[in-house]
Design a protein around this ligand. Structure first.
Ligand code: FAD
Length: 576
């Protein structure tokens, strides 16, 4: 049994930022950083477009707050948004001092580019590999703290809760299949999103919502889970993201007639300006819906992986593409054999981000004593019903740092957990893992089949457009899949890097997350942000200006609601 003051689960942007903040708070605190992959392989590494903060004189905290709150369709907590926006610039400058190579203007200042829903240019970037460079800077910095002890390639299976507070975790060491216990006075979950519950997604294979399910099982509510963001420009087939920066630099979306169709949806008309703040830079939820309407009008292309439209970058020219979005060119060439300098890129909406997650307050605290959450897995909430692109890398920094400091303060005032009750809990967990996964005998269900059926029902019921009947069907199918999951079978019996066992554990978590999404969606009888119902097409502030909270029960999710904090921006119709 290894013992620490603070355990951080996740080595992405939020987890590493939390580790540094906790280590800086007090050199006396011992910190475990646990990750199912080597930290530099966390999904943060693949973020391309950039990270938002007020950095220029033509910008202001109020404008960034207003853009975020409008983008969120008024479901964000406005006090949390203001804290986020005030702390954002300091975090980006701090990252600069830690060695992040931001792209620069000729006068030496950090460059900022346009992004969807942002009314001025405020998205800082490092070419179109922003996440890669940010994660590198954070990882290198974390290495200088001797108090941070890494557990790479260790998969967390449960939170150990005793005496009303979290006191540790159990892990499977993927390298040798051993189940181990780590105790801690505080645990921070920084486990990222769960886009993998859907079939077409920009999310890495590891984004399976594990942390959300861990907290949910420990009695913490999942907030606003019905809000799932589709990004309008993923590659058909793989779902690989073509960053919004390609439109921020001036790219166009055209339908099969070569027509910039967004002008038909209240986002036009097109202008001669190099960057159009409405059209292609409308928010993601709206652009994804426009795509589906073009599909209905028969104005999209049809390919081997279904419908798509064109992202046209040709007018930007080779030099600009090479300088500002080289990775877009590389991805298009490698994955679909198209060079965007000469040909448009086929794109379709793909699941990208989860606005919902583990319910926390603005200090990152959950309702379970000792448990904190930050990054995409958490819902503070600053993203409400629709996140603006480039706010989430910043969210990882601001709330990662807050989580590190909050947990450090809490852990410093706690006594060490006593080991006896934790040993008993760990024995129970070992037994559960043996029976259901590690030594499971028999079974006739394939893991891949259940996963595929989950994907199918999620896309059918809780995709871009939703209605009562389809959502109820998805809720029912998910509970049948939960039953069938009990009968899964295993072919791989080895203990070294057993990826089949990990895939089963991830599917187990995903079924919980999928259930929370579908039930929260079915209960919200209005349309807001990314949640669009054909049977309730209007936003209904009277009845639904509130956060949904999914609680886990034996009979499936129970949905409750909590108020949204409104300070200075009164709800109004969201027009662009
Ligand atoms: C392709 C792509 C491009 C994006 N581009 C941008 C962008 O330009 N700007 C922007 O603001 N946002 C962008 N986003 C969103 C943003 O990158 C993510 O929201 C953010 O990086 C999430 O960081 P995180 O630290 O919360 O989680 P992640 O980086 O996903 O890290 C999660 C960590 O948790 C660990 N973990 C998970 N489960 C377990 C478990 N059971 N046991 C142990 N460890 C576990 C993983 O190993 C990993 O280290 C993009 C997202 C994608 C997918």
């Amino acid at each position: 049994m290894d013992t620490y003051d603070i355990i951080i689960v996740g080595g992405g942007g939020a987890g590493l930022r939390a580790a540094i903040a906790a280590a800086e708070s007090s050199p006396k605190l011992s910190i475990a950083l646990v990750s199912k992959v080597y930290p530099m392989r966390s999904h943060t590494v693949s973020a391309e477009g950039g990270t938002a903060a007020v950095l220029r004189d033509n910008d202001s905290f109020d404008t960034h707050a207003k853009d975020t709150i409008f983008g969120a369709d008024f479901l964000a907590d406005q006090d949390a948004v203001e804290m986020f926006i005030n702390e954002a610039p300091g975090e980006l400058i701090q990252l600069e001092h830690w060695g992040c190579p931001w792209s620069r203007d000729p006068d030496g200042r950090m460059s900022v580019r346009a992004f969807g829903g942002m009314s001025v240019n405020r998205t800082a970037f490092a070419a179109d590999k922003t996440g890669f460079h940010m994660l590198h800077a954070l990882f290198q910095t974390s290495l200088k703290y001797e108090s941070v002890n890494r557990y790479d390639e260790c998969f967390v299976t449960t939170l150990l809760v005793n005496d009303g507070r979290v006191q540790g975790i159990t892990i499977i060491n993927i390298y040798n299949g051993q189940v181990e216990v780590i105790t801690g006075k505080a645990v921070i979950l920084c486990t990222g999103g769960g886009g993998r519950v859907f079939p077409f997604t920009t999310n890495a294979a590891i984004k399976t919502g594990d942390g959300m399910a861990l907290a949910y099982r420990a009695g913490v509510a999942l907030k606003d889970m019905e809000f799932v963001q589709y990004h309008p420009t993923g590659l058909p087939g793989t779902g690989i993201l073509i960053t919004e920066a390609s439109r921020g630099e001036g790219g166009w979306l055209t339908n099969k007639d070569g027509y910039r169709y967004l002008q038909d949806y209240g986002l036009g008309p097109p202008t001669d300006e190099p960057v159009h703040r409405k059209m292609e830079l409308g928010p993601r939820d709206i652009l994804s819906r426009c795509h589906m309407q073009e599909l209905e009008k028969g104005r999209t292309f049809e390919g081997p992986y279904g419908h798509y439209v064109h992202l046209d970058l040709r007018h930007l020219g080779e030099n600009k593409i090479n300088e500002k979005i080289p990775f877009v060119r590389e991805l298009a060439r490698k994955y679909i054999g198209i060079d965007p300098v000469y040909e448009p890129i086929p794109v379709r909406p793909v699941v990208h981000y989860m606005m919902g997650g583990i319910s926390t307050d603005a200090t990152t605290k959950t309702t379970l004593a000792g448990l904190y959450a930050a990054g995409e897995t958490a819902c503070v909430s600053i993203n409400g019903a629709n996140r603006l692109g480039s706010n989430s890398l910043t969210e990882c920094l601001v709330f990662g740092a807050r989580a590190g400091r909050s947990a450090a303060e809490y852990a410093s005032a706690q006594s060490s957990p006593s080991s006896k009750p934790l040993e008993a809990l760990a024995r129970d967990e070992q037994q559960r893992l043996d029976q259901q996964f590690l030594r499971k005998e028999g079974g006739k269900e394939r893991i891949a089949t259940i996963r595929q059926e989950m994907h199918k029902t999620m896309e059918e019921g809780v995709g871009i457009y939703r209605n009562e009947e389809a959502m109820q069907k998805t809720c029912n199918t998910l509970s049948q899949l939960r039953e069938r999951f009990k009968d899964i079978s295993f072919d791989d019996r080895s203990s070294i890097f057993n990826t089949e066992v990990i895939a089963a554990l991830e599917l187990d978590f995903m079924l919980d997350v999928a259930g929370a999404i579908a039930h929260s969606a079915a209960n919200r009888k209005e349309s807001r942000g990314s949640h669009t119902r054909t049977d309730f097409p209007k936003r209904d502030d009277e009845n639904f200006l509130k956060h949904s909270l999914a609680h886990r029960t034996v009979d499936g999710p129970r949905i409750e609601y909590s108020p949204v904090t409104i300070t200075r921006w009164q709800p109004e119709e969201r027009k662009y």
